[in-house]
Design a binder for this molecule. Structure first.
Ligand code: SF4
Ligand code: SF4
Length: 234
């Protein structure tokens, strides 16, 4: 993933994974699933908008017998098909536009990698109210990346490193957990870097300049903000 201020470049696989994460993160999204079905499932999907049979029906078997899928089943079917099908990039961009509710278009990366999808983050006018809700409520424990960990190592930030649990054995990390109690493996109930500013009704992050990428990128889009209860202004 490459960040170009308000635009993010995703490879084809990263774009598919991001769509899948959106589905998992927010649960069934019936209207979105209906809009995506013709794009992802092609002719095997029949979308009925009105009447008692409204919903998405899938053609099955040699006789193309129709079966209606419930929202959850449909979400799973969309994910499976998305991951196993090669789409023209223009279609994948349209899938991203509908899913993330932002502009997305195909194009080359600024470096030498193949074509992918450029996503506009639509966060240019976002104003964080520093309420701290995201720090209290979002599950960031699996969000620490290898790059985060190496950055903290390079900068010698031992007070942060001691709150990271490295998974894996024999010097081969397989993942990271944040934030654990120092010297232990138990996760802290609240992020230890969140500090309320007395009398100001706002919070600050004690590691603001070096916080993990997952925190820097929140909220990723306007949809992300609204689906996760962010109180920021646009
Ligand atoms: S590290 Fe900072 S931004 Fe991230 S959850 Fe903690 S207080 Fe919030
Ligand atoms: S929930 Fe939104 S407004 Fe509140 S601190 Fe997080 S990003 Fe800022």
């Amino acid at each position: 993933m490459v960040n170009d201020s308000e635009k993010i470049f995703l490879t084809e696989q990263e774009a598919k994974t991001a769509v899948e994460i959106d589905f998992q993160q927010y649960g069934p999204q019936p209207r979105l699933f209906r809009e995506l079905s013709p794009l992802i499932l092609g002719n095997s999907a029949v979308v009925l908008d009105h009447g008692k049979h409204a919903g998405v029906w899938i053609k099955q078997g040699r006789k193309n017998k129709l079966k209606q899928l419930r929202d959850q089943e449909l979400g799973n079917q969309l994910c499976r098909t998305l991951q196993t099908t090669a789409y023209p990039l223009a279609i994948l961009a349209e899938i991203c536009t509908l899913t993330f509710q932002v502009r997305a278009c195909p194009g080359p990366d600024l470096r030498d990698s193949p074509q992918g999808i450029w996503i506009e983050s639509d966060m240019g006018n976002f104003h964080c109210r520093q309420c701290g809700d995201c720090c209290r409520n979002l599950a960031v424990q699996n969000g620490c990346t290898e790059q985060d960990y190496h950055r903290w190592q390079r900068l010698g930030l031992t007070h942060i490193l001691e709150r990271v649990r490295v998974l894996g054995a024999n010097g081969n990390p397989t993942g990271y957990r944040i934030w654990v109690e120092p010297g232990g493996t138990r996760l802290s109930p609240v992020c230890p870097w969140l500090k309320e500013i007395p009398g100001e009704n706002r919070c600050t992050c004690l590691i603001q300049d070096v916080k993990p990428e997952i925190c820097t990128q929140y909220p990723f889009t306007r949809k992300h903000a609204s689906m996760t209860g962010c109180r920021g202004r646009f």
